[in-house]
Ligand binder design. Structure first.
Ligand SMILES: O=C(O)CCC(=O)C(=O)O
Length: 197
């Protein structure tokens, strides 16, 4: 059963959170399947003339021609995995939004992370809707307002949860998954998106 929705009214943005969108058995089965079957890749990012490895593994599944790049990285487009396709339909049915792609992130341990950023690449359009499924180890999702520095929050993303970011969230807020020294297990995050071009 899908848990009740929690609405967060933020300054200039909105988030909806279902703590248990998928039940624990379904979530752990899906985690194992995606961990072993997705085409995980680790890319190099260039910053200030130096190359760094992205601190997590990633994979991009999308409708034909819906490509995605950020910070000079172009992810190879893969055809929909059947479980990702099913999940996309379930999220579409529950949320009323449409998605044509998903970015999968695998955080292998606490040293894997995703630095402060917004999902504001031009192919996502003006106020993109991002639906984010979390599987496996819980991690904090930190958000901070771009200009009102005192506006910051964190939300523990539970196994099987769904977070939907909408409104002008990607315009006004940044988000991150910070590194932690705690000895923790892996986590998969799936961010469903709609690529315009
Ligand atoms: O892992 C998460 O919860 C966030 C992922 C994310 O920020 C992204 O893929 O852009």
């Amino acid at each position: 059963m899908i848990s009740p929705i929690q609405h967060f009214e933020l300054l200039d943005a909105k988030m909806d959170y279902y703590e248990q969108f998928l039940d624990p058995i379904q979530s752990s089965k899906l985690f194992k399947e995606l961990e072993s079957e997705l085409h995980w890749q680790q890319d190099q990012i260039k910053m200030f003339g130096k190359s760094y490895q992205v601190p997590r593994l990633q994979a991009w599944y999308a409708d034909p021609g819906k490509s995605y790049s950020y910070s000079g990285i172009s992810l190879k487009i893969r055809d929909w995995h059947s479980s990702l396709e099913k999940l996309r339909l379930l999220i579409e049915e529950k949320s009323g939004y449409t998605f044509n792609s998903v970015l999968a992130n695998l955080y292998r341990n606490g040293m894997d992370s995703n630095g402060w950023h917004a999902d504001n690449e031009k192919e996502l359009g003006k106020n993109p809707i991002i639906a984010s499924i979390s599987l496996g180890t819980e991690r904090y999702f930190h958000i901070k307002h771009r200009t009102k520095k005192e506006k910051k929050h964190k939300l523990l993303l539970k196994n099987g949860s769904l977070l939907i970011m909408h409104g002008a969230m990607q315009h006004h807020w940044l988000h991150q998954i910070a590194k932690t020294k705690k000895n923790i297990g892996p986590r998969i995050n799936l961010t469903f998106r709609y690529i315009m071009s």
